[in-house]
Design a protein around this ligand. Structure first.
Ligand code: AMP
Ligand code: MG
Length: 478
């Protein structure tokens, strides 16, 4: 149990892909929240993690801070980006043999900052901490949050806010946009190095495939299909699925204006900057597919030196995304209905329920949890008949596979969380934290860390927002 064990393979990649530089020191770092269980999991002594280290003011031995270059399609438009306010401290080797990035976010300007100040505000960093920890507890691949440190410095946004740094732990920070960056610069050496690096970290079996680049594309695509299916299963809306916010590892990354939906509606959007609904709940699979096609384009020169041949091979892979997603989505929602086996017609059954939910404004989380708990759907009594057809089909479907209702409900209890970080609770907790009261944040964090095992005192956190509590829009708050 002890200190960071750094071995930063990224720093050994071609220099075009990153810039070595130290974080900018901050005036008065103060630890706001430390993830002690995560520290222990990583083989780190939580008591050795102080604010000076976690803010980047004091570099731990072996750290090789660097900012990564990347590009990305933002709302469909290509841009050269890069870590404008983040520093990779290094890749830490855990006692159980994993290699994880330790990254500071909000740690100062870099050559990729453009007009930005390199800083982050306390609210959005606490938001990422809370929601990423909730995702992890839900069993959904995600980057993790080790700590949030207040910097003691103000940041200037639409108002003056307290500054903070998030310490993020990730399987890697390779993004679709990392490959796009090298491809846009026609940097074949950079692309080759990225390919080898990504394969070593995320798809070792691809190294021996007949076409390693194609194998990485397939592995990445399969992970994204599963990831987005899991998001759909908990009503999660990422909010900014730009290609720079899609990780090759298959982890959820970059929690900006993301949110969990309360009442079910497929067109739900929260992000204040997503006017066209590009990243609405029901669009997420299509966008993931679109992003994977951008990934394939970036890989073309590695797939085959003959562009036509490369395109044909890439095409044959990416056109399988819809089928892969469908399979993953069906698996997620079958589990939510407590079904033990797949059968034809399951999509129609699931859609019957979702349609009834949409028609009645049923709360997504509480609706599925009610099914698992054997309760009536949580809608007005006059709206209950909307679920009758689903109820009948569901019972017939259980009978057809020989499952009892009780066994189905037992299974469904493990697939339908009782607790998600509801948006109005998140906003209230962050507002209190900005005012210096961490109580609501800690209570919410504790609750969402056991999403499938609610306690009686969690009842208020399980309740959907009252009309006046509903959050209409979420902000990136960068
Ligand atoms: P995001 O919307 O957080 O995914 O960020 C998109 C891009 O903007 C990334 O390249 C970030 O590093 C950069 N960025 C966001 N906020 C800042 C900031 N305050 N200062 C410098 N760069 C930033
Ligand atoms: Mg980003």
């Amino acid at each position: 149990m002890g200190a960071f064990r750094f071995d930063t393979s990224y720093a050994r990649l071609p220099g075009s892909l990153f810039t070595r530089l130290d974080p900018e020191p901050v005036r008065a770092p103060r630890l706001v929240v430390l993830n002690r269980p995560l520290a222990l999991e990583l083989g780190l002594d939580p008591d050795g993690l102080d604010a000076e280290t976690l803010s980047g003011n004091r570099l731990p031995p072996g750290a090789t801070p660097l900012a990564q270059a990347y590009a990305g399609h933002q709302f469909g438009h290509f841009a050269i980006l890069g870590d404008g306010r983040a520093h990779l401290l290094g890749e830490h080797l855990t006692p159980d043999g994993r290699r994880v990035d330790i990254q500071l976010k909000g740690s100062g300007r870099t050559p990729y900052s453009r007009m930005g100040d390199g800083r982050a505000a306390l609210g959005p960093m606490l938001r990422e901490f809370l929601i990423s920890e909730a995702m992890a507890a839900l069993g959904i691949p995600t980057t993790r949050s080790l700590a949030v440190v207040a910097t003691g410095e103000p940041v200037f946004r639409d108002r003056v806010l307290p500054g903070a740094i998030l310490v993020r732990v990730a399987a890697s920070h390779l993004r679709v946009g990392t490959f796009q960056y090298a491809a846009a610069r026609r940097d074949l050496d950079g692309l080759k190095a990225l390919l080898a690096h990504a394969i070593a970290r995320h798809a070792p079996e691809a190294a021996n495939a007949p076409n390693p680049a194609l194998a990485l594309l397939e592995a990445t695509m399969a992970r994204q299909a599963r990831l987005v299916a899991q998001w759909m299963g908990v009503g999660f809306i990422h909010g900014v699925m730009n290609t720079d916010n899609m990780a090759i590892s298959g982890e959820t990354i970059d929690y900006g204006p993301c949110a969990f939906m309360d009442a079910y509606h497929p067109a739900t959007v929260f992000s204040s900057i997503d006017h066209a609904g590009r990243y609405a709940y029901a669009n997420q699979p299509r966008i993931a597919h679109w992003n994977i096609v951008r990934f394939a384009e970036a890989l073309l020169s590695l797939i085959d030196p003959d562009e036509g041949a490369a395109i044909a091979q890439a095409q044959a892979v990416v056109e399988r995304f819809p089928a892969l997603f469908e399979e993953a989505w069906l698996a997620v929602f079958r589990a939510k209905l407590g079904l033990a086996t797949p059968q034809d017609g399951d999509r129609a059954l699931i859609e019957t329920l979702l349609q009834a939910m949409a028609d009645t404004g049923c709360d997504f989380t509480n609706g599925f949890r009610a099914l698992a708990e054997g309760q009536a759907f949580p809608v007005d009594a006059r709206d209950r008949p909307a679920f009758r057809s689903f109820d009948e089909s569901w019972r017939a479907r259980l009978a057809a596979e020989g499952s009892s209702e009780a066994s189905a409900r037992t299974r469904a209890l493990t697939a339908n969380p009782a607790l998600i970080p509801r948006n109005h609770r998140v906003e209230a907790a962050l507002e209190a934290a900005e005012g210096g009261d961490l109580g609501p944040f800690e209570a919410l964090l504790n609750a969402v860390r056991r999403p499938f095992a609610p306690a009686s005192e969690d009842a208020p956190l399980r309740a959907p927002p009252l009309p006046h509590e509903r959050i209409q829009a979420t902000f990136c708050g960068t």
